[in-house]
Design a protein around this ligand. Structure first.
Ligand code: SF4
Ligand code: SF4
Length: 57
């Protein structure tokens, strides 16, 4: 699953359009809808602040 690192995310929304299934949104910080996320991990590459992390759980 994708984890948003709250201490690094600045809520810029840059990651949002790179999610092909619209699982990302921003409410102050980025939020991942785990029901929609397919685990492609593409968003991780597009966060300029390295605020998105993949955890194999
Ligand atoms: S996760 Fe990264 S790209 Fe997405 S809103 Fe937070 S800082 Fe911006
Ligand atoms: S891992 Fe893929 S599907 Fe999940 S939020 Fe990131 S870009 Fe979207």
């Amino acid at each position: 699953m994708i984890t948003v690192l709250g201490e690094l995310c600045v809520g810029c929304g840059h990651c949002v359009p790179f999610c092909s299934v619209d699982a990302l949104s921003v409410f102050g910080l980025a939020v991942v809808d785990s029901d929609l996320c397919i685990g492609c991990q593409v968003c991780i590459e597009y966060c300029p602040n390295h605020a998105l992390r993949w955890d194999d759980i």
